[in-house]
Design a protein around this ligand. Structure first.
Ligand SMILES: Nc1ncnc2c1ncn2[C@@H]1O[C@H](COP(=O)(O)OP(=O)(O)OP(=O)(O)O)[C@@H](O)[C@H]1O
Ligand SMILES: [Mg+2]
Length: 159
């Protein structure tokens, strides 16, 4: 069972996102996080909180139309994907995702289940669900680097 944490409100989601950003690896390789959970469970909120914690000062919206948004932050390059409106995996090819991989620090992918192929493999699956007025977040590592990150998150948060 993956460890889970209750986030009572927006402020706790933000705090969680700040810790998630602070725990990112510094080995020069990107960490790929799949953000999973039903509509409105807080995936973009986590992405926004992480981006702001990495020094991005502008707005962060779901890249619904282009599917992909690229943020050059002081803490590195972040690629944010929202595949909710992906109709066909062939729509991924023109995005040239592989070109973004070298030099990127973090990938945040909402609705990865919409594209079974053509995405970078996950290091971590971050699962969100509604519980009462808040959210429950759980982390599942999918690579050794992901496991390292989850271990830091577990010691630094109540996970
Ligand atoms: N811990 C929390 N408790 C209560 N509400 C929260 C919490 N975290 C985020 N929210 C709220 O959940 C709502 C939906 O958030 P968000 O847009 O991030 O969800 P999403 O998973 O990205 O949705 P979508 O599937 O449409 O992309 C927002 O109104 C946000 O303020
Ligand atoms: Mg979203």
């Amino acid at each position: 069972m993956s460890p889970a944490q209750f986030l009572a409100d927006d402020a706790q989601t933000l705090l969680f996102a700040q810790r998630a950003a602070a725990a990112l690896p510094t080995d020069g390789e990107p960490l790929v996080i799949y953000l999973q959970g039903d509509l409105g469970t807080g995936k973009t909120s986590i992405a926004r909180g992480m981006l702001h914690a990495m020094g991005h000062s502008g707005s962060v919206r779901s890249p619904t139309y282009g599917l992909v948004a690229e943020y050059s932050t002081p803490a590195g390059l972040v690629i944010h994907l929202d595949l909710y409106r992906l109709r066909d995996e062939s729509e991924l090819a023109p995005l040239g995702l592989a070109d973004y991989l070298p030099g990127s620090r973090l990938w945040l992918i909402e609705w990865p289940e919409q594209a079974l192929q053509g995405l970078p493999a996950p290091d971590v699956r971050l699962q969100l669900a509604v519980r009462e007025a808040g959210r429950v977040v759980s982390l599942q590592s999918a690579s050794p680097r992901g496991a390292d990150w989850v271990a830091i998150m577990r010691t630094e948060t109540a996970l």
